[in-house]
Design a protein around this ligand. Structure first.
Ligand SMILES: NC(=O)c1ccc[n+]([C@@H]2O[C@H](COP(=O)([O-])OP(=O)(O)OC[C@H]3O[C@@H](n4cnc5c(N)ncnc54)[C@H](O)[C@@H]3O)[C@@H](O)[C@H]2O)c1
Ligand SMILES: [Zn+2]
Ligand SMILES: [Zn+2]
Length: 396
């Protein structure tokens, strides 16, 4: 029996594929902020040149998906949602498999929401996370890129070129990064966004060093990963801040040395200043809320580094007390995708997880199905729980 039959899809030929070679897919499709999303059955073409077909195993639910759903960020639709996932390579498009590092059929791959082009000025500088022309830009809605369609033929875009909340996807080969198959699928999925972003913000963007003091504000999948990154860096003190007490407990379990239950920003600031009268070496904001971005700037020591990771709705501004900022010589950094080159960072993070140095399993609050996505987004709105992970049906 094929994997597709095991996934319970109807098919017309008896092996899970419609007679024309396309694959039946179940996917969460964003329909615009007013309409929300719907789980739909779609048809997926085989991979073209430079592409691979992936049977998805797991997809995390990240707050960035909620930003899209809530209309905080302008995004096109209809588009298959999700950008944090892992799966098994099922098919190679023409020409794939010839270059070193190309995935092979059967490989466990983590999908990257930025797959650098390798040729633009940012890529040449070694900053592929700022690539001007990543594969999958435009959410694969250009005719030449479209592989996913409704049964009536309407093209469906693919969020960030990977649209991980789907049972199967076709992605650019550069976006499918092979990792150690010993890694459990749900954990592999989280490397695709939260872990790379949070750990990378600490190690790569901020450059936290052993013995330093780090404040992490906001303890979702990204902030808790930043806590793990600070522990990995050998930070002497890791102060974790969230308004949800259960998150504080989780942060402690991951190695935070102190925790603060957040109230309004001035109260939290006073508590942090009591705890760290000289200020922190580093503060990271992992919510995407202007008052907590300002809080991060207020609690670092002179010469300290503030790293903004959380993303607000588009157009939101935060204030800087310019005199104090300059006088105190503060450094303010934005961290996109943990300043990571996925092809290098995913395999390395996978090794750390498998070696037991990065307890990514602690981030998994619940394994769910595509049909449970509505309540999962509601929970994310409330700050309830770390990561929920959609798990797709295993093959027979
Ligand atoms: N920079 C990047 O490359 C990148 C990548 C992924 C996600 N993000 C962004 O990072 C942010 C966090 O993502 P996530 O998936 O971890 O989100 P999440 O919703 O799981 O976590 C946010 C946490 O902040 C807490 N919180 C909310 N308001 C608070 C307040 N006023 N004070 C203290 N804590 C508060 C919530 O309780 C929750 O635990 C989002 O804005 C997301 O879009 C950025
Ligand atoms: Zn994300
Ligand atoms: Zn580039």
């Amino acid at each position: 029996m094929s994997d597709h039959q095991a996934a319970g899809h109807a098919d017309r030929r008896g092996d899970g594929h419609p007679a024309d070679g396309r694959t039946l897919v179940r996917a969460a499709v964003f329909l615009g902020a007013a309409a929300g999303f719907r789980v739909e059955e779609l048809l997926l073409d085989p991979p073209g040149p430079g592409e691979v077909g992936v049977r998805m195993l797991a997809s995390g639910v990240c707050h960035s998906d909620l930003h899209v759903l809530d209309g905080d960020w302008e995004r096109p639709y209809p588009v298959a949602m999700g950008h944090e996932g892992a799966g098994i390579v099922e098919a190679l498009g023409p020409g794939v498999g010839s270059r070193p590092g190309d995935p092979a059929v059967g490989d466990l791959v983590v999908l990257a929401w930025t797959a650098p082009c390798g040729a633009c000025p940012a890529c040449v500088r070694g900053e592929g996370f700022l690539c001007a022309d990543p594969r999958g830009a435009g959410h694969r809605r250009v005719a030449a890129d479209v592989r996913l369609r409704r049964p009536d033929g309407t093209p469906v875009g693919v969020y960030s070129g990977i649209g991980t909340m789907a049972s199967h996807q076709v992605v650019a080969v550069e976006a499918a990064i092979p990792v150690d198959p010993a890694l459990p699928a749900a954990e592999a999925a989280l490397l695709g966004c939260a872990v790379t972003t949070g750990v990378g913000a600490v190690l790569r963007t901020a450059g936290v060093r052993a013995g330093e003091t780090v404040v992490v504000i906001g303890l979702g999948g990204v902030g808790l990963s930043a806590v793990m990154g600070a522990v990995l860096a050998g930070a002497a003190r890791v102060v974790a801040v969230d308004r949800v007490p259960a998150k504080l407990e989780l942060a402690r379990a991951l190695g935070a040395t102190e925790v603060i239950e957040a109230g309004d920003a001035p109260t939290t600031q006073a508590e942090l200043q009591w705890l760290l009268p000289d200020g922190a070496d580093h503060a990271l904001e992992a919510i995407g809320f202007a008052p907590t971005a300002e809080l991060a700037m207020a609690v670092v020591r002179p010469g300290g580094t503030v790293t903004l990771v959380g993303m607000t709705p588009q157009g939101v501004r935060a204030g800087v007390d310019v005199y104090a900022f300059v006088e105190r010589g503060i450094r303010l950094l934005g961290s996109n995708y943990g300043s990571a080159i996925p092809a290098e960072v995913f395999p390395e993070l996978a090794r750390q997880v498998v070696a037991g140095r990065l307890p990514v399993d602690r981030l998994i609050q619940e394994r769910i199905t595509l049909d449970d996505l509505g309540p999962a987004f509601e929970a994310l709105r409330r700050g309830d729980g770390a990561r929920r992970v959609v798990v797709f049906d295993p093959p027979a």
